[in-house]
Write a protein that binds this ligand. Sequence first.
Ligand code: IGP
Length: 202
Amino acid sequence: MDILETITANTRREVASACSVLTDGEFFGGTLEDLKQARRLVRLPLLRKDFVVDEYQLYQARAAGAAAVLLIAAVLSPDECRRFARTAHELELEVLLEVHTPSELSRLNGYVDMLGVNNRDLGTFHTDVENSFRMADLLRREVGGGAGPLPVSESGVSDPETVVRLREAGFRGFLMGEAFMKSGDPGCALAEFIARLKEARP
Ligand SMILES: O=P(O)(O)OC[C@@H](O)[C@@H](O)c1c[nH]c2ccccc12
């Protein structure tokens, strides 16, 4: 069985809300072809996870079957974030804006659908889930009474108890990779995680 098929097999059990596909080749060995293949394998909304630095990549994402794109605040100016997010909407793509620090919140704009706090510092690759908790208050202010973007915690989440705590802090989406990918059967690991989460939920 192909690796992508193994990974996406979980979706047949309908336990994930969306599936993120890394298409960056230079640093992570992904390809746009992976996104196209995932599109053929699952019905779930797909997120193109890449370093978007040119609007052309949004068109590519759309053509390959993505429902959403990741915009990484650390590599974009506020103007680029706005322009790219607006174009994404024109293409009917949802936008996940990823921030790591409070100052990156200046990249937020009205076209952002999901606001992700990356717990991984892309400079050092060090992961610390506490970053989400540190940013939670600020996020609540930005996201307001629920009319703003969906708050998402990204990276380094590996146990259901952390998801429960993050939910209590206001997060509503969780972008998880490694916790499942290091298992021999990511789909099965995800299903188990969701079962444990249901038990852990207060
Ligand atoms: O594997 P993790 O720690 O669960 O993290 C998932 C995801 O957040 C992470 O892969 C990610 C988030 N933003 C990125 C940008 C580039 C590369 C990778 C990422």
